[in-house]
Ligand binder design. Structure first.
Ligand SMILES: [Zn+2]
Length: 274
């Protein structure tokens, strides 16, 4: 098995080095290795199982108000279309979880995107929501869950799942993912990549790409006041380095976008407060 792994990683390395520019080379090696180990079909299967776990064990409740669902879909659709240009065959499934005290959002393999009502309430405008959704979509594009699983559960378990050698392994991985609130810790490199790609997607959708930055800053200011509910912040520490890097990336790449959409989010927040 060790030999197969080194062959796979060796292949990934040569593929990764053959494509991409110098700055993205290292990240793409990880993405290529993840793609070789976990197929799109297996990602879809994993995503479906996480969803089942979330519904049965974590007992998440979905928002049913069609106005809220329609709103979130209208914000996410152009962002996800932009993300599809980097990874074409992801079929996105956006769900809104009814939990006003939980400021969180996450994505799982297979293109499942979950946003909590607490995050909608915490956002000041649409560009901030768009920034978070772009960031989460980028984790899917970059196959970051597969990369994180390799780190967390060991390559052996992931390879067994990928080879279909142990039918229980995928189920166990899914249970593990759901149990952490799908809050797998991504590497710093993966987080940086998600910040950068997310800024590109939100900008492509016409939103101010600095939405994620202002959202980070707002949550950081609230951190001490409402401990325990700022789940997203705990997996996404808004260090000065991170904010500076993202601002620099936006300027350097000339990412624009003027829509902040404050007036569209306000009535949705009103509905959620009722
Ligand atoms: Zn992230």
């Amino acid at each position: 098995m060790q030999r197969i792994l080194s062959m796979v990683l060796g292949l990934a390395l040569s593929l990764g080095l053959a494509t991409g520019c110098a700055t993205t080379k290292r990240m793409n090696v990880g993405r290529t290795a993840a793609a070789l180990l976990i197929s799109d079909q297996q990602e879809e299967q994993l995503g479906k199982q996480v969803k089942t776990e979330l519904e049965t064990k974590e007992k998440i409740k979905y928002v049913e108000d069609p106005a809220v669902l329609e709103y979130v879909r209208s914000v996410s659709t152009p962002i996800l279309q932009a993300a599809n240009r980097d990874r074409a065959n992801v079929k996105w499934k956006v769900s809104v979880i009814d939990d006003p005290k939980m400021v969180n959002a996450f994505a799982t393999p297979g293109g499942y995107l979950y946003v909590y009502t607490g995050l909608l309430l915490a956002a000041e405008n649409e560009a901030e929501l768009a920034g978070v959704m772009g960031h989460e979509a980028a984790h899917v594009v970059g196959r970051h869950s597969a990369q994180a699983m390799m780190l967390q559960y060991g390559e052996q378990a992931v390879i067994e799942a990928a080879l279909g050698k142990n039918a229980n392994t995928v189920a166990q991985l899914a249970a593990g993912l759901a149990g952490t609130g799908a809050g797998l810790a991504f590497s710093r490199g993966n987080e940086t990549e998600a910040d950068e790609l997310g800024a590109r997607y939100t900008s492509a959708a016409g939103y101010d790409p600095r939405g994620l930055v202002t959202f980070f800053q707002k949550l950081a200011a609230k951190e001490g006041q409402t401990p325990g509910v700022l789940k997203w912040l705990s997996t996404h520490p808004p260090s000065a380095d991170r904010v500076n890097h993202l601002n620099g990336f936006i300027s350097k790449n000339g990412l624009t976008g003027t829509n902040v959409g404050a007036d569209r989010l306000a009535p949705i927040k009103q509905r959620l407060r009722k």
